[in-house]
Structures are given as structure tokens and as C-alpha cells.
Design a protein around this ligand. Structure first.
Ligand code: CTP
Length: 411
């Protein structure tokens, strides 16, 4: 039975969380409840414990199983975390990473996508910090179930009432479906720049930060995939949930990626591979001189084109294209040249997205279709991209099995 943690904070609407806990149980979840101190002023943990048959967690030092650190334990075991009702205080603390009570600590330790149903006074909801917190949480993949307009406890009319329970359950089930859309698939991601050495202290490289590749690895993991991640040098920490290969050069990237290709169902090439490398690497350090100097460059192997030749027949491959402007036709030509099934196009003439930025805006081009993500956080873009690639992979699989069936029938 999937495990759901319901985080209840101190809005007047927290009495509705009692029904919500039961609704989630009816939807097939084992429900455990964590309450903030303020929530306990409105409803007692005993009520939730009786309704759910599970012990509640309330204090940050609660330790039902000694030595297991309950906030980490609950966060790891949860298939889904729902904050409903989520007050301004809870939202702001979770967004800022302040785990000063049990519920906030669980939410910060939780690595999947959170469902958030805000409930508060309209002015608190409209306030800058709360709006910023909602934006931050959404950029990190949270699903926000918007509150309703109506008369709130203070007697005002406005936005801020907790969404109907049915909507919160529906959003949670939709997220659970999305979280399974790559279940059982193995995803290979290339990411970051490569560094092509000139001598022992200098190299050719580019401005890729690796953020998009990390977002794709994380998104693939939250959608249930097993992830292999081949990355050039970046300042980002390794994604904890992936098998990581750290490489420097295009040649090393090719070797590491080839070692994974035989296992990959889906390949996403987000790396900004240097197209050329110095013909010779100088031992030690090139010395300064007064004469002009020419650097001879050799073309690097095309990593994704090589992967396309060695991939499993059922594998679906997506490359990226950096285009100044729309570039959809160029992308389609690249699709054929590299032997991939899709190309995600970045408009590199825009300063507000792509290279080094935290946001992106992708166009996904296949032989038969075009789709646009709109401008979003890189994680949101990655989720959007993988949803589309999962659908393409299913379509291709359906096509292949139909062809096999036709073959079997001897038609
Ligand atoms: N790529 C690769 N190996 C290379 C070069 C590129 O795997 N040696 C992959 C990148 O990871 C990316 C895509 O190919 O998925 C980018 O293709 P590329 O031909 O480099 O195109 P652009 O960077 O868009 O630029 P251009 O073709 O204009 O040079």
C-alpha cells in the first residue's frame, strides 16, 4: 500500500484535514499525519491517530523508533507528501529550508514532489514572501492546489480558503500517476560541459553549468526511472539517486556513456560537448611569447550520434540543440543527422533562459510534431520534457509491438 504523509498546519481549516486523511485512505493510501504546534491548538493528534490507525508525529524530537531519526525515516518512506492545510508560516519555512518543527523537517528532507494546499487569510496569501515561497516551491516541482475564493474566518471575502478535499486528492493521484510514468525504465543523461586540455593548466570549454542535466536526472528519478548520469566538470553536487560518471573530455564522456548505453531505454543528451579539442596536449605549461600562436584543433566524436548507433532498438533518444532563434527546421535536420527521435531546442539568443540560468523554455521537435514548454524552472522543463519523451517512448513501443505482431502473424 503506498504511504502518504499528511502534513497539517494551524489554519482554521485544519478540521477538514480529518476528512482528508480518510479520503486518502479510501483512495488506497496508508496515511500518517504530522502536525505543527499550531495545528494541535485546533485538532488533537489523538483524533488523527484514531482515524488513521497510525501514530502521529508532532515534536521534532519525537523518536517512535529509537535512533532512526523520525523526520528522515518518514521522509524516506513516504511515497507522497501532502501539506494541507499549508499556512503562510509553513510554506515560508519549507521554502527557506528552515526545519524548526517536525513537519517542516520532514518536508525539507523529502526528496520527491510535494502537494501543497495553501489556506490562510487573503492578505497573507497575497503577501510578497508567501507568493515568493509558492513560486520557489513550484519551481522545485511542488504541485500547488490553489485555494478558493470565499469568506474566510476573519470575515473577509477573498482568495485563501483551502481547496475542496476532492481537488486535493485528485491532484495527489495525478502526481502519483506522473511519478510512475518512467517506472521500470532506465534513463541515461549526459550533462555539463567538457574540458579539452591545452596544457596542464588550460583547457577549452564552454559556459554550460550542468543545471539542465541535473534537473533531467532528478526529474527522471521522481518519475520512477533508474538513472545513469554522465557529467563533465560542474560545480553542482552529484545527484544522490543516480549512478554518476564524472568525466573531463568528450572522449571520456563517450566512453562512460557507451558503458551505459546497452542498458538505456531513454537517452537524453543535455551535455554541451566541445566540438573540437587541441590536436596536442602540451606537457606542463605553454609559455608566453610575442609571436601570434595558432592552436590546431581536431574534431571530437559526436557522443549522441555514437550512442544512437549502439542503442537498444526500442530505446528513445533525445538530443539538445542550441539555436540562435527558433531554429526548428535546423533542429529537424539535426534529428536526422544524429539518428535521434527528438530534439529539445534552446533559443540561445535569449539571455533570460538556458546557459547558466535557472530557467529554460524548450521546443521539443520530433519528425511529426512540435511542442513548447513555456518558460519555467529547469526542473519543471525537465518534467515536461520527460513526460513528452515517455509518451513518445510508449508510442514507439506500441508501434514496435504491432509490427512484431504483424510479423508473427506472417502478414
Ligand atoms: N553532442 C554530442 N557530442 C558532440 C556534440 C554534441 O553528444 N561532440 C550532443 C549534445 O549533447 C546535444 C547535441 O548533440 O544533445 C547538440 O548538437 P550540436 O551538433 O553540437 O549542435 P549545437 O550545439 O546545437 O550547435 P551546432 O550544430 O550549430 O554546432
Amino acid at each position: 500500500m503506498p504511504k502518504l504523509v499528511l502534513g497539517v498546519s494551524g489554519s482554521i481549516s485544519c478540521y477538514r484535514a480529518c476528512d482528508l486523511a480518510r479520503d486518502f485512505m479510501r483512495a488506497g493510501y496508508e496515511v500518517r499525519v504530522a502536525l505543527t504546534d499550531s495545528a494541535q491548538k485546533f485538532v488533537s493528534p489523538v483524533l488523527f491517530e484514531t482515524l488513521t490507525g497510525q501514530a502521529c508525529l508532532v515534536d521534532v524530537f519525537d523518536e517512535p523508533e529509537r535512533g532512526r531519526m523520525a523526520h528522515i525515516d518518514w521522509a524516506r518512506q513516504a511515497d507522497v507528501l501532502v501539506l494541507a492545510p499549508a499556512t503562510a508560516s509553513l510554506l515560508n519555512r519549507v521554502a527557506a529550508g528552515i526545519g524548526d518543527d517536525m513537519l517542516a523537517a520532514i518536508a525539507i528532507a523529502y526528496e520527491g514532489r510535494i502537494v501543497v494546499a495553501p489556506a490562510m487569510n487573503p492578505s497573507m496569501l497575497a503577501s510578497e514572501p508567501t507568493q515568493e515561497a509558492l513560486r520557489l516551491l513550484e519551481a522545485r516541482g511542488a504541485v500547488i492546489v490553489e485555494g478558493q475564493e470565499g469568506d474566510v474566518a476573519s470575515g473577509e471575502l477573498g482568495q485563501g480558503k483551502l481547496a475542496p478535499n476532492a481537488q486535493i486528492v485528485e491532484a495527489t493521484l495525478a502526481l502519483a500517476r506522473a511519478s510512475r510514468s518512467l517506472a521500470g525504465l532506465r534513463v541515461l543523461v549526459t550533462s555539463g560541459p567538457t574540458r579539452e586540455p591545452i596544457d596542464d593548466v588550460r583547457f577549452l570549454s564552454n559556459r554550460s553549468s550542468g543545471k539542465m542535466g541535473v534537473a533531467i536526472a532528478k526529474a527522471a528519478w521522481t518519475m520512477g526511472a533508474e538513472v545513469a548520469f554522465v557529467t563533465g566538470p560542474t560545480a553542482l553536487p552529484d545527484p544522490r539517486y543516480a549512478k554518476v560518471h564524472r568525466v573531463q573530455t568528450a572522449d571520456e564522456m563517450l566512453r562512460a556513456a557507451l558503458s551505459e548505453i546497452g542498458n538505456a531505454d531513454l537517452v537524453v543528451a543535455a551535455a554541451a560537448v566541445a566540438d573540437y579539442r587541441p590536436a596536442q596536449r602540451v606537457e606542463g605549461k605553454l609559455r608566453r611569447g610575442d609571436e601570434p600562436m595558432a592552436l590546431e584543433l581536431l574534431p571530437n566524436p559526436d557522443v549522441i550520434a555514437n550512442l544512437a548507433q549502439r542503442a537498444l532498438p526500442q530505446a528513445t533518444l533525445c538530443a539538445f540543440a542550441a539555436e540562435p532563434g527558433e531554429g526548428l527546421e535546423e533542429a529537424r535536420a539535426k534529428l536526422r543527422r544524429k539518428g535521434v527521435h527528438a530534439i529539445a531546442v534552446n533559443d540561445v539568443s535569449r539571455a533570460d533562459i538556458g546557459l547558466e540560468s535557472d530557467e529554460n523554455d524548450l521546443a521539443l521537435v520530433t519528425e511529426a510534431s512540435e511542442a513548447r514548454s513555456g518558460k519555467m524552472s529547469k526542473l519543471r522543463c525537465a518534467l515536461w520534457l520527460l513526460e513528452n519523451l515517455a509518451a513518445l517512448h510508449r508510442e514507439r513501443g506500441a508501434g514496435a509491438s504491432l509490427a512484431e505482431k504483424v510479423g508473427e502473424a506472417g502478414v
